[in-house]
Design a protein around this ligand. Structure first.
Ligand code: F3S
Length: 83
């Protein structure tokens, strides 16, 4: 599944499955932002503290279409939080 080019590169990303429900930008407004024209949300800032990390992990868990992924070198914080 293609990762949206709008994402700031890093641990978290939104992919093409996003339906623009905007739950992630409601949960983690510091990290996700809605592009209303394109109809999706994207990562505009990677989390840089524990609170943001936790909210991003929560958004990833809650996304109804599983469009949020965590990869890369971010380490195990989300791995520990993910149910
Ligand atoms: Fe899209 Fe999922 Fe966020 S559908 S708007 S990535 S919660």
């Amino acid at each position: 599944m293609g990762i949206l080019k709008a994402n700031i590169p890093g641990k978290y990303h939104v992919d093409e499955r996003c339906i623009g429900c905007a739950i992630c930008s409601a949960i983690a407004p510091q990290n996700f932002r809605s592009d209303h024209e394109q109809g999706y949300d994207y990562v505009y800032k990677q989390p840089d503290n524990e609170v943001e990390e936790s909210l991003c992990a929560e958004a990833m868990d809650i996304c109804p279409v599983d469009a949020i992924g965590a990869t890369g070198t971010g380490g195990g914080i989300s791995g520990r939080l993910k149910r």
